[in-house]
Design a protein around this ligand. Structure first.
Ligand code: ZN
Length: 414
């Protein structure tokens, strides 16, 4: 059944060659009284309401978006779903002055790994399904999920299998990443783990078609630039997209290595060195900024987003949703933080959370903008000004949304 959104103020985010770089991120073409035609889960047409109605007639279901902004569904390109429980007590410890690193094996990734191993499959799937549903209500229609809490070949494969199970249960477009170098497994030297990853885990995960990309964490408590480089080069031979967590707590050279390898996304970058900015400008990599982690960890310095834009770098933003360092899943709140802490404009933050994030995941041909032939993932907001998204921090601006063409009413009174 054909459905048409009419009379919306549409931000289509059309981008001839994604990602949007530098100043291009702020440029938004708006269709003031616009319509989007949805058929079989796909966008069939988009344009001025009068033209669309003249072409498609008045018989289809009409959704009136008068007074509303209409934007593409948010693409959350960095989460640590699936996980098996919260770590609010650690958050409290940090508030009392203990550092993330201080918590050692009592907290951090090792703790989430333990929770993961102690929970049955069905509990993890039910827990994460409800979280992913909550994300849908906040407008997230594409989600990246990662491994990284398994910390053994069997454990990582189990986490990837649960991603596949969730993928079939939820309505969002999902992308699966193998974060095989997250933290060294307990009781195994790093070099032995790297061999296992290269000889067993990576080939098996690839053979099973359970990963679209790989990721690794360069940090003194995690893996070295050399170790991560070796892993990423192997993954590239399998034509997998590569991602890196780099410069989160310290500057170790991970960003320069990732730029050399033309990683799709280089994530965090709170401590990026100024000498990495010029090579970034000339590279196809996107800077993935994670303001939820910066906020939760109380980090200074912040990633230099304005300098990145001056250097014509493409920026994406994401939730980094995880129980330790960013227990925040709402993309409208992430946009607010990116504007408030990093100095992005609302227009730049919109590009960063839609088309640029889709590019990072390698799905920009399917999602991230409102264009004919793409998945009908469309948000109808309760406001006619984009500024309201960051301004009303904590408020969910999504009134109605389409996920793959299915209409969901979030807040009928707004
Ligand atoms: Zn992460």
């Amino acid at each position: 059944m054909r459905q048409i959104i009419v009379h919306g103020k549409i931000y289509p985010l059309t981008t001839p060659i994604p990602p949007r770089r530098g100043l291009e991120m702020a440029k938004q073409t708006i269709i003031d009284d616009g319509a989007v035609v949805i058929e079989q889960g796909i966008i069939e047409a988009i344009g001025p309401t009068n033209q669309i109605l003249a072409e498609f007639g008045h018989q289809p279901t009409l959704v009136d978006a008068k007074g509303s902004i209409v934007i593409p569904g948010f693409v959350d390109c960095h989460t640590h779903l699936p996980f098996a429980g919260w770590r609010a007590d650690e958050y409290r410890q940090r508030l009392m002055g203990r550092t993330y690193q201080d918590l050692g094996k009592l907290g951090g990734i090792a703790r989430s790994s333990q929770q993961f191993h102690e929970s049955p499959d069905e509990d993890i799937v039910a827990f994460c399904e409800s979280l992913i549903h909550e994300m849908l209500f906040n407008g997230t229609t594409t989600i990246e999920m990662k491994s990284g809490y398994g910390l053994s070949v069997a454990g990582e494969l189990r986490q990837l299998r649960l991603i596949q199970e969730l993928r079939h249960r939820v309505e969002q477009r999902t992308v699966s990443t193998g974060l095989f170098l997250h933290t060294p497994p307990p009781n195994l030297p790093k070099d032995r783990w790297l061999i296992k990853v290269l000889d067993e885990l990576l080939p098996q995960a690839h053979q099973l078609q359970w990963i679209d990309a790989v990721d690794a964490f360069v940090e003194s408590t995690a893996f070295s630039v050399h170790e991560v480089g070796e892993f990423l080069r192997e993954a590239q031979k399998l034509n997998l997209n590569i991602r890196v967590h780099s410069d989160q707590f310290s500057h170790l050279g991970g960003t320069a290595m990732a730029l050399n390898l033309r990683a799709r996304g280089i994530d965090h970058l709170d401590h990026i060195h100024s000498h990495d900015l010029a090579p970034f400008e000339a590279s196809p990599s996107v800077a993935v900024l994670l303001p939820g982690a910066t906020y939760s960890m109380g980090h200074k310095p912040h990633p230099p987003a304005r300098k990145m834009i001056d250097h014509n770098i493409a920026i994406a933003i994401a939730s980094d949703f995880n129980p330790g360092t960013s227990p925040i899943s709402s993309m409208p709140l992430i946009i607010s933080m990116a504007v408030h802490f990093f100095g992005l404009s609302p227009e730049e933050a919109l590009s960063a959370s839609t088309i640029n994030a889709a590019y990072v995941l390698g799905v920009d041909h399917e999602v991230g903008s409102l264009e004919v032939g793409k998945r009908a993932d469309v948000l109808i907001l309760d406001t006619d000004t984009l500024d309201s998204i960051p301004y009303r921090a904590g408020h969910n601006p999504v009134r109605q949304l389409f996920v793959h063409g299915r209409l969901v009413t979030i807040n009928p009174s707004s």
